[in-house]
Ligand binder design. Structure first.
Ligand code: ARG
Length: 455
């Protein structure tokens, strides 16, 4: 393709380090789409003849068919996807294939192909995130009243509902979706026609190719067009944050599945056994979702390192943009799918959750709040008095709700029997009616709001 000024073949090592067809063959469809749009534009602008364009389009179609049938010969000697397609095109239609590369360089070509690929990855991920949110919503709605302990420091803090807990993740994945959608909007400009770096002397119509390929506009600076990779960086950053959310949820599933917690059950579909310990049922899928988060962040770090020292415009370093991006989105895709499956599959064990929700003096704050509201104590004093009640209950080996009234009255004689109404986990959760709080009605309101938004 570029042999004119060369008299010797590249060293085998040169080819080995240079070749990218092993991974950039994933850009085949995008490469063909870009070429079709480019050829049509060249003809419309009078840069190539109608007959030549027709031959090129027919040839590109044939190449597409070979690819669909798995018959396309991907060859290392042609280095990358762009030259593999062009070489095959020449074999199929002859020298007229050489006209396709008029007013185009591999630099804007790869920038285009990769951008199209990332744009599709955004769309797939957004679709998957909506699916995951729907699965979470369904579980949350069914468990708007299911009590469980809410934790801080992984110590029982206050009773919450399982529905409320799941809805927290609906919020997180909602922000992830908005990050992806936002980045997609920003990246939707076409680099095609920037050519090698400086633009083209041919009367090309960059607006036409941009439109044909679904972009909002052509990129406004040709140097930027061939050397920008922040669309991929943004995708990877959003992907890393999303993977972090998935990992936190995965971690909770792992913890909830332990016999010590016993909060949920996963069916045989999302667990595995042990080859030596017959009793085992392991949450491997959750563990792998947690583990794969490492890849997502590594990919972002990797591409940032590739880009940070590059002068304008294109440098071959940028060929290293694809592998981390493909890998990050492959692992995000399987993680989102597996998590959606697990959420639909998991069943809470309400007795275990409720028992834990009441343990660890989890309604102590409710007692303190009662003292403030009913006896008009300053909160600090109420906090201190409640601490004394917890200490006493601990000494007697009972829960706060089981502490005899006489014991409470020993701390403050004004305490009356109706205090027990706030000391159950159900009453505690139901009382937290503030906007975004854990009261079942609040949870249902949030479920309804999200259902509407995800329609
Ligand atoms: N395979 C290359 C890449 O992925 C295509 C662009 C090559 N451009 C060049 N001037 N060598 O970046």
């Amino acid at each position: 393709m570029w042999g004119g000024r060369f008299s010797a073949r590249p060293d085998a090592l040169m080819q080995a380090i240079n070749v990218s067809i092993g991974f950039d063959r994933r850009l085949a469809e995008q490469d063909l789409a870009g070429s079709r749009a480019h050829a049509a534009m060249l003809r419309k602008q009078g840069v190539i003849s109608s007959e030549d364009e027709a031959a090129i389009q027919k040839g590109l179609e044939a190449v597409g068919r070979e690819m669909a049938e798995g018959a396309f010969p991907f060859r290392d000697e042609f280095e990358d996807i762009h030259m593999n397609v062009e070489a095959r095109l020449a074999e199929l239609i002859g020298p007229v294939a050489g006209r396709l590369h008029t007013a185009r360089s591999r630099n804007d070509q790869v920038a285009l192909d990769f951008r199209l690929w990332v744009r599709e990855a955004f769309d797939r991920t957004l679709e998957q995130l909506r699916g995951l949110q729907r699965a979470l919503l369904a579980k949350a709605e069914a468990n708007a009243e299911t009590l469980m302990p809410g934790f801080t420091h992984l110590q029982p803090a206050q009773p919450v509902t399982f529905g409320h807990h799941l809805m927290a993740y609906v919020e997180m994945f909602g922000r992830d979706a908005s990050r992806f959608a936002d980045a997609r909007r920003r990246m939707n400009e076409s680099p095609l026609g920037a050519a090698a770096l400086a633009g083209s002397p041919f009367p090309i119509d960059r607006h036409a190719t941009a439109q044909a390929l679904g972009f909002d506009a052509p990129m406004a600076n040709s140097l930027d067009a061939v050397s920008d990779r922040d669309f991929a960086l943004e995708a990877l950053a959003a992907g890393a944050i999303c993977a972090t959310h998935l990992s936190r949820l995965a971690e909770e599933i792992v913890v909830w599945m332990t016999p010590q917690f016993g909060f949920i059950r996963l069916s045989d579909s999302f667990t595995t056994g042990s080859s030596i310990m017959p009793q085992k049922k392991n949450p491997d899928a959750a563990e792998l979702v947690r583990g794969k988060a490492g890849r997502a962040l590594a990919a972002f770090t990797q591409l940032t390192m590739v880009m940070k020292g590059l002068p304008l415009a294109y440098s071959k370093d940028m060929q290293e943009d694809k592998v981390p991006t493909f890998e990050a989105f492959d692992s995000l895709e399987i993680s989102l799918a597996a998590m959606t499956g697990m959420i639909a599959d998991l069943e809470p064990v309400p007795e275990r959750m409720a028992a834990a929700a009441g343990a660890g003096f989890s309604t102590a704050t409710d007692l303190a709040d009662w003292l403030v509201r009913r006896l008009d104590l300053p909160f600090r004093q109420a906090h201190h008095l409640t601490g004394a009640a917890v200490k006493r209950a601990e000494a007697l080996g009972v829960d706060l709700a089981e502490l005899p009234l006489a014991e409470l009255q020993a701390l403050d004689p004004a305490i009356t029997a109706d205090v027990y109404e706030v000391l159950t986990p159900a009453a505690s959760a139901a009382s937290r009616k503030s906007y975004g709080g854990t009261a079942p009605d609040q949870v249902r309101a949030q479920v309804a709001r999200w259902k509407e938004m995800l329609k």
